[in-house]
Ligand binder design. Structure first.
Ligand code: AMP
Length: 220
């Protein structure tokens, strides 16, 4: 199963990607996490990516593509994956098709999360993240069990620099300008399903699995 999740930041892609990866028994590949690791490790790529990430801009395609190609070619991703946060531009989508074409595979479904901008701003400003495992919490709707510590590993949670209000507005603008055109790209290829991303994570998960099953039924 090869699933791609697209949608604005804060749409719930990360949360759903973890659940879908467990459900289908495939790895979860998050471009944002890969980039944040590169930044944390102060690699050459990380140092180049950081300024874009801090400003809420997209990291240049060639940097992202270099990292994602390496990740998707690893053996655990050969039989499938759930990719979240990639592709985010048309050249990235075209390159992903090319990479998969080389190993004679195609994406099964692209899930487009629809969430109004007002809800995104609210969610991101209440989001706390774990620097160790990447799990995210909504401090009001789904807080950690113990104050500001990750339920998985006890690490103190933090607010991502790019979840600050002034950066959120730019990330949304970047999404509408650079990532929205992908909806048309995948619609034209009959690969897209639309999901209402508002509501409980469990509810959204049920909606996605149902849509994926319908899509697979159509292909038979
Ligand atoms: P995310 O965790 O998916 O919200 O990504 C955090 C930041 O990483 C984004 O705001 C971008 O700066 C960068 N990023 C993640 N994925 C991509 C991508 N596919 N293309 C360009 N930049 C990306």
């Amino acid at each position: 199963m090869r699933i791609v999740l697209i949608g604005p930041p804060g749409a719930g892609k990360g949360t759903q990607a973890v659940a879908l990866a467990a459900h289908y028994g495939v790895p979860h590949v998050a471009s944002g996490d890969i980039l944040r690791f590169a930044v944390a490790w102060k690699t050459e790529i990380g140092l180049r990516a950081k300024e874009y990430m801090d400003a809420g801009e997209l990291v240049p395609d060639e940097i992202v593509l270099e990292l994602l190609k390496i990740r998707l070619e690893q053996s655990d991703a050969r039989e499938g994956f759930v990719v979240d946060g990639f592709p985010r531009t048309l050249p990235q989508a075209e390159e992903l098709d090319r990479i998969l074409g080389e190993i004679a595979h195609a994406i099964d479904v692209v899930v487009n999360f629809e969430v109004p901008d007002e809800l995104i701003v609210l969610r991101l400003s209440q989001r706390a993240s774990c620097p160790t495992c990447g799990r995210t919490y909504n401090l009001l709707a789904s807080p950690p069990r113990s104050d500001y510590q990750c339920d998985n590993d006890g690490t103190p949670l933090f607010q991502r620099d790019d979840d600050r209000p002034e950066v959120i507005a730019n990330r949304l603008a970047v999404f509408h300008r650079q990532t929205r055109p992908l909806i048309r790209y995948y619609e034209d290829r009959s690969m897209l399903v639309h999901i209402d991303g508002a509501g409980d994570p469990e509810e959204v998960f049920e909606r996605i699995v149902k849509e994926i099953e319908c899509k697979q039924g159509e292909g038979k």
